[in-house]
Design a protein around this ligand. Structure first.
Ligand code: SF4
Length: 377
């Protein structure tokens, strides 16, 4: 098998090497080819250029949305390498900013929950406000309309008159449950005009903060500030963000009759169907979890080939609700672009410094040479 040419007229790898480059094989015991080949000169002896090229990336890159809900999106990301997909995932988990409660001032707390636990619970409540409208709060800075949000929680539990003793606490008492909806926003400066008809509030109204009984009260004030989850998980914009490589299920031989029924029954993810002719077909390979049940026994591994496509990702983002999941993806890309910009800037600066130093050292050498000549030493 020799190398040929692809549709663009470029030299391409022989089939078996192309498969090694583009697939992770999943055998009955262990996966193979799990490490990708990213070195640009890896196939130079065959005249194949493996370097990263922006024009190739533009041609290969595709995004296809599979599912979209208010707080969740699933899409295919095709044509990028695993390190880049993983970078986007990690940025989503820890570097896209949100607003979260950072400081809590207690005026009264006679509930059974200690202040530090209550403060921790408050910090984890996702807030429905765009962090792009705020600056980060500098160390020691005073809270202001551009760097903070203020909320007040003032609640007291009292008895409801004439309710039987066996009734539920929520019927017997006012404010027996303290929910996130009870946090009242107190605008700082011009914030009331800025936010207008969409005041900042918790994403969910029904997050239980504490339970109170008659005579108990909570009175506190909180400040929410902008941050990233690299510093604390409360600033995480996602419940989770993950991807998996596209599974491929290939039938290497025709599987019919009793074997087809056995195969269909073996798969817990319902990947196979049986055609009218009695032949098994892999109709839902995308549902394959690579459990390997279909290749674990007997000679099934000779009939079925399982693999994952190395540059084809099924990406899932579940937002906490503060930012739409599709916006989160775009913001993660922006963070990545900014990081690359920073690297280029630092590199340019250090190259400028090195060339200035090189020039200075050349001038010094030249000067000492002239001095030696003029003094004859
Ligand atoms: S690996 Fe598991 S999920 Fe995938 S096709 Fe085989 S039995 Fe089904």
């Amino acid at each position: 098998m020799g190398s040929g040419e692809d549709s663009d007229g470029k030299r391409s790898l022989p089939e078996h090497l192309e498969r090694m480059r583009s697939r992770v094989e999943v055998g009955s015991k262990v996966p193979s080819n799990s490490e990708g080949v990213y070195y640009s000169g890896a196939y130079s002896s065959m005249g194949v250029d493996n370097s990263l090229s922006v024009s190739d990336l533009e041609k290969r890159l595709k995004v296809k949305i599979l599912e979209k809900e208010k707080d969740r999106i699933v899409f295919e990301l095709i044509g990028i390498d695993a390190p880049i997909a993983n970078t986007i995932r990690r940025i989503l988990l820890s570097e896209v900013p949100t607003m979260a409660i950072e400081k809590v001032s207690f005026f009264a707390n006679s509930s059974v929950i200690h202040e530090e636990i209550l403060a921790h619970r408050l910090g984890l409540i996702p807030l429905d406000v765009d962090p792009n409208l705020f600056d980060y709060m500098e160390e020691g800075a005073e809270p202001s309309e551009v760097n903070a949000l203020k909320f007040r929680l003032k609640v007291q539990c009292t008895k409801v008159a004439a309710v039987p003793a066996e009734a539920k606490p929520s019927l017997k008492y006012h404010n027996s449950d303290v929910f996130s909806s009870m946090l009242e926003w107190e605008p700082i400066g011009e914030q009331a005009e800025v936010f207008g008809s969409k005041p900042p509030k918790p994403v969910n109204d029904d997050i239980l903060i504490a339970k109170l009984r008659p005579g108990q009260e909570i009175d506190l004030e909180v400040l929410a500030v902008k941050g990233i989850s690299k510093d604390h998980a409360k600033w995480s914009p996602v419940a989770t963000a993950f991807y998996r490589m596209l599974p491929q299920v290939e039938l290497l031989k025709s599987i019919e009759g009793a074997d087809a029924i056995e195969l269909k029954d073996m798969c817990p993810s319902n990947c196979f169907d049986i055609e009218e002719s009695g032949k098994a077909v892999a109709v839902r390979p995308g549902q394959c979890t690579m459990c390997r049940e279909c290749i674990r026994h007997g000679d099934w591994e000779e009939k079925i080939r399982l693999s994952r496509v190395r540059d084809h990702f099924i990406f899932s983002i579940e937002s906490t609700g503060a930012i739409a999941p599709e916006d989160l993806f775009m913001r993660a890309l922006q963070v990545l672009v900014d990081k690359c910009g920073n690297v280029v800037e630092r590199l340019t600066e250090s190259l400028d410094v090195s060339s200035a130093q090189a020039r200075a050292s050349t001038n010094k050498e030249h000067l000492s040479h002239l001095t030696r000549m003029s003094t004859g030493r």
